[in-house]
Design a protein around this ligand. Structure first.
Ligand code: GDP
Length: 471
């Protein structure tokens, strides 16, 4: 989809702020800017402004002088979009920015669609689809490690890695084609071992990317985490241990925590953002039970279904009750629960009883890991960090390495990996080389979808649907 319109949009967040920047991109960017922006120095003109230079002046709306303005110029193809680009900065807040947008539209620019600047960058070959997706990830990353991961993708780490896999596969594919199609040409046969080794090696590269996807996604987006346990086992105390300050009310009376408290915390040095839901102490309410508390309990169970991590807290100073075992079972009940990690925290180790330690096996089998802890003691935070990190697979993620950063990329990489696995099996089972060739072609097609080389318009539309206006 080649387009020749000149587009404009606010590139900074709407609302109060020091500066608002409006970006203009397209073949008429300079002409449109020239009708709206007036340099302070009358000897300067927009039309003659060189790329990578700035001019100071003001903008006009319907002939009236409006705000002071700084204009930054980029000449095609040396700009974000690969087109002529002018960035105009005015005072923040919506008044001056919306006046400038109005003036630019009156002067011939069209309002940009969400992600249209980045889409143009893609169409003009300034980046591939994995990099375009990374732009959105960099913008939305909450933690520093997550942002570093997205930045690596933006810098082309993934594009480069996929490119290397494609090159290796293309080489053997070309050889296979020559050998199968032109037997009379004396093309030397590809040693089956070499072929098998190449397929296995490239499959291993893809496996590596696929296996680290979950950990990377946690670093980029954080994870919804639900805290479960009977009243008084120390859930609020644990929440405070993670958050590092008093957030939930901690009292020695049962039933204090009534509602789902939402709080995002960066967990220690892990780079993991936990979206915490401190749930109402889960327990059966007898006749005459408190309605508000009952509602809180219903919400706790609902959160359990949606969470990406479960922390179930038990009091090691008390005997294990049937209620505790029922809760442990519930952590494992739904289909989602079987893939989502659950950690049992045996809290109050300073008060741990022999009865509890003897019976602990009644709970442990329902969890992916168990952690004896003293939530009241700030020194126990690192142990909690390591346990969560291991469960979520973030400890092994290298934020500077190539990583898949969207479900779309994961699906394409998985399709390529599966095609290679089929090729490996076909070779092992003694199928003809043409069968292996078909698997290779399938893998290459999936990789081309990943990088966007042969992605359909619908796929590209779906990618950009997630973008905001102005990017
Ligand atoms: P919740 O109802 O599960 O949220 O429990 P709270 O966090 O309110 O804790 C209940 C009581 O247990 C409070 O008096 C806490 O100070 C206490 N508590 C929490 N963790 C520990 C611990 O590791 N050791 C001891 N001795 N007491 C704890």
């Amino acid at each position: 989809m080649q387009t020749h319109t000149t587009i404009c949009a606010l590139a900074t967040p709407p609302g109060t702020g020091g500066i608002a920047t409006i970006r203009l991109s397209g073949p008429d960017a300079y002409a449109v800017a020239g009708r709206v922006f007036y340099p302070q120095n009358p000897e300067k003109s927009v039309a003659e402004a060189k790329g990578y230079t700035a001019l100071f002046g003001h903008y006009r709306l319907r002939g009236a002088e409006m705000d002071e303005t700084v204009a930054l110029f980029f000449r095609a193809p040396h700009s974000y979009t690969g087109e002529d680009v002018v960035e105009l900065s005015v005072h923040g807040g919506s008044a001056m920015a919306s006046g400038l947008l109005e003036a630019l539209i009156a002067a011939g620019a069209a309002p940009a669609a969400p992600g249209e600047f980045t889409r143009r960058a893609l169409e003009n070959g300034r980046m591939d689809l994995t990099q375009a997706e990374a732009v959105m990830e960099v913008i939305s990353a909450g933690g520093r490690q997550g942002a570093a991961l997205a930045k690596a993708a933006l810098d082309g780490a993934l594009a480069k890695k996929i490119g290397a896999i494609e090159t290796a596969l293309r080489e053997v594919a070309a050889h296979l084609t020559a050998w199968v199609d032109y037997p009379e040409e004396d093309v030397p046969a590809l040693a089956p071992n070499t072929l098998a080794a190449t397929l296995a090696e490239q499959k291993a590269q893809l496996d590596g990317l696929i296996n680290s996807y979950g950990g990377g996604a946690v670093l980029r987006h954080g994870v919804d985490c639900v805290l479960l346990g009977r009243p008084n086992v120390g859930k609020s105390t644990l929440l405070n241990l993670m958050a590092g300050f008093e957030r939930a009310i901690v009292t020695p009376q049962a039933g204090t925590t009534r509602d789902v408290v939402e709080q995002a915390v960066m967990l220690g040095d892990t780079g993991i953002r936990l979206n915490l839901f401190d749930t109402a102490g889960v327990r059966e309410i007898g006749r005459g039970g408190d309605e508000i508390e009952a509602e809180g309990i219903r919400r706790s169970w609902k959160k359990l279904e949606e969470a990406g991590l479960v922390l179930a807290v038990f009091d090691a100073g008390q005997p294990i009750l049937d209620e505790d075992i029922a809760l442990a079972k519930r952590c494992r009940e739904s289909a989602a629960a079987r893939t989502r990690p659950a950690l049992a925290i045996f809290n109050k180790q300073d008060l741990a009883t022999e009865v509890f330690n003897r019976d602990v096996q009644k709970l442990a089998p329902y969890f992916d890991a168990v952690l004896p802890l003293c939530a009241k003691d700030p020194a126990s935070q690192p142990a909690l960090c390591r346990a969560v990190e291991t469960l979520l697979g973030t400890a092994t993620v290298d934020p500077t390495a190539a990583a898949l950063c969207s479900e779309r990329q994961l699906a394409a990489a998985t399709a390529a990996r599966d095609a290679l696995a089929e090729g490996v099996n076909a070779l092992a089972d003694g199928f003809g080389l043409d069968a292996v060739g078909v698997c290779l072609e399938d893998a290459l097609a999936a990789l081309a979808t990943l990088t966007g080389e042969n992605a359909t318009e619908a796929v590209i539309d779906a990618v950009f649907a997630r973008f905001c206006v102005g990017k």
